[in-house]
Unconditional design. Structure first.
Lengths: 302, 252
């Protein structure tokens, strides 16, 4: 790095590029996880978030913040600066997976019916939200502010480490999910039909839950809760190209990536120099698009 | 023996016995209609044969192989199963839905042969005009044909249809049953069809099996066993059987 281009290099390579790359793959990963979850539990309202992952991740982060894991320094302005994000990431990741495993374990006891998975997921979601509120109630003002800021979800924490982790998990999960796209088509018709086509519905459902939770937990633990993308990208895609999963999975990943990148650009340019949390912008941008498609399309899309 | 032989098949949901020592033979190239009152175990029997549920005891032998020993993927090539009342749930084309049913034959995505077989079955069932319509835009009768096509495109040797004509008007009933009869004869398939329509069974079935209390009560040609006495014993309804070109069973 020479002196002339030093600052520019640093801005591009260490701040802008990792942020853009993380946005692309986080958006794609969230959308893919959303599609896989909706398809495998046959419910258009399901997403890894409704199955309790976001609130469990939130609880994990809150716990790490309140316990002071990773170390803090108090800034002159009265805030706190987290020295190492690593314990926080590990904690929120572990709790997201814990929520998923509890959901899957309970569902497995009852034969992995879609309704059981959804209800258990919702129960997990409420449990961890309550636990997070509990943390906030007893936390100091700075800790509460820190928790709230984390819950917004933001790309400002993006780094190359984060990018590589998210990228690898995304690739690892998307290969089997894409390979099974015809099995998901069969599963969408009916459990018995799937079984008569040589697909074990229970195994497929649980495996895809694990894969989509893994992707979501990775993204959420690095960036915080970025809602909306995983619920709505699949719907937007379905309205445009139909619900054949062979096309839905890749296309919805593309839609998710675009929503998140665009939201990031908007979040940085809307009220400069303030950078708004991207989790807020995704909803502001995505809702009008979704409503437009709902009103314009007459066909049932699910 | 070429054909399907069911020997002493029993199945129970927990303590509730559904099937008790069902023994039945279904020959090749013939349609066997399963009749009997609601809850007698007709659908359960089909589910056992399709590998959806596992019988507690007994054997199901298809061309010398016990279906219980066949793996889920091989079984799905042998058996074409159409459950009751499945509705179109997602928007994709009729062609893609039928193509999905070739699943046991491909891994990543369907090949040329799968696409050709799908085209073939669509022509055979006269559904060319439907092929690129969306499944949630077609009528109930058309959907029932799509489901039948899904079972046929796998080229199974055993066809299990659970009330394939329950949602159909008279024209579509005759249409669908005619297609099934023709395919069963030409391709030498075994077909087991459940129905509540005794008249339809008497017209299209080569063999009729009446079930009562979880076992087979009477088997034989429709003309021989669909009489007032047996129908009253099985359904607990007094009927009059009128014999014309085919039988006509009318409650009295």
């Amino acid at each position: 790095m020479n002196n002339r281009g030093g600052n520019l290099d640093a801005i591009i390579w260490e701040i802008r590029l990792p942020r853009a790359f993380v946005a692309v793959f986080a958006g794609a990963g969230l959308a893919l996880a959303g599609s896989a979850t909706q398809v495998s539990v046959r419910n258009p309202l399901a997403s890894p978030f409704t199955l309790g992952i976001s609130s469990a991740a939130g609880f994990g982060a809150a716990l790490a913040i309140v316990l002071g894991a990773g170390g803090f320094i108090h800034t002159y302005l009265g805030g706190i600066l987290v020295l190492s994000h690593f314990p926080l990431i590990i904690s929120s990741f572990s709790f997201s997976l814990l929520a998923t495993l509890i959901t899957i374990f309970l569902a497995k006891l009852k034969g992995a019916a879609p309704e059981t998975i959804i209800l258990t997921g919702i129960a997990m979601s409420f449990l961890f939200s309550a636990a997070t509120s509990f943390m906030q109630y007893f936390g100091t003002t700075e800790q509460v502010a820190s928790i709230v800021f984390w819950l917004f979800g933001s790309l400002s924490k993006a780094s190359w480490d984060g990018f590589w982790t998210i990228f690898l998990v995304f690739v690892a999960a998307s290969i089997p999910l894409y390979r099974w796209s015809y099995r998901y088509n069969a599963l969408l018709i009916d459990d018995e039909v799937a079984k008569s086509l040589g697909v074990n519905p229970e195994t497929l459902r649980l495996t895809s839950m694990i894969l989509s939770s893994l992707v979501t937990a990775t993204i959420v633990s690095f960036l915080g809760v970025i809602g909306f993308v995983c619920l709505v990208s699949p719907h937007i895609t379905r309205m445009i190209i139909g619900s054949d999963n062979k096309y839905l999975f890749p296309a919805s990943a593309l839609v998710g990536a675009n929503i998140l990148v665009l939201s990031d650009v908007v979040s940085r340019t809307l009220l400069p120099p303030i950078i708004l949390p991207v989790g807020i912008i995704t909803s502001f941008l995505g809702v009008p698009l979704l409503l437009y498609l709902i009103l314009k399309k007459k066909r049932h899309w699910y | 023996m070429a054909g399907l032989r069911i020997e002493n098949l029993s199945f129970s949901y927990g303590r509730r016995k559904i099937l008790e020592n069902v023994s039945l033979e279904a020959p090749k190239g013939k349609i066997l209609c399963l009749l009997g009152p609601n809850g007698v175990g007709k659908s359960t029997l089909l589910k056992c044969l399709a590998g959806i549920i596992r019988p507690n005891s007994g054997r199901m032998i298809l061309d010398g192989r016990d279906l219980k020993e066949v793996g889920i993927k091989d079984l799905s090539k042998l058996v074409g199963y159409v459950p009751q009342n499945i509705g179109p749930v997602f928007s994709t084309t009729v062609f893609e839905v039928i193509l999905t049913s070739r699943l046991p034959y491909f891994n990543w995505s369907p090949g040329r042969a799968d696409i050709e077989k799908t085209e073939g079955i669509i022509k055979r069932l006269g559904m060319e005009k439907l092929a690129f319509r969306y499944t949630n835009e077609i009528s109930g009768g058309e959907w029932q044909k799509v489901v039948l096509a899904m079972a046929l495109v796998k080229e199974p040797s055993l066809l299990l249809l659970d009330e394939p004509t329950s949602n159909l008007d008279l024209k579509h009933q005759v249409d669908v049953m005619g297609i099934i009869r023709e395919l069963v004869k030409n391709k030498n398939l075994i077909a087991i069809i459940t129905t509540h329509d005794i008249n339809l069974a008497s017209k299209y079935a080569d063999v009729v099996a009446l079930m009562k209390n979880g076992s087979v009560y009477a088997v034989g040609e429709p003309r021989c066993i669909l009489n007032e006495k047996i129908i009253q014993e099985v359904y607990d309804v007094k009927v009059e059987v009128i014999r014309c070109a085919s039988l006509f069973v009318s409650p009295v």
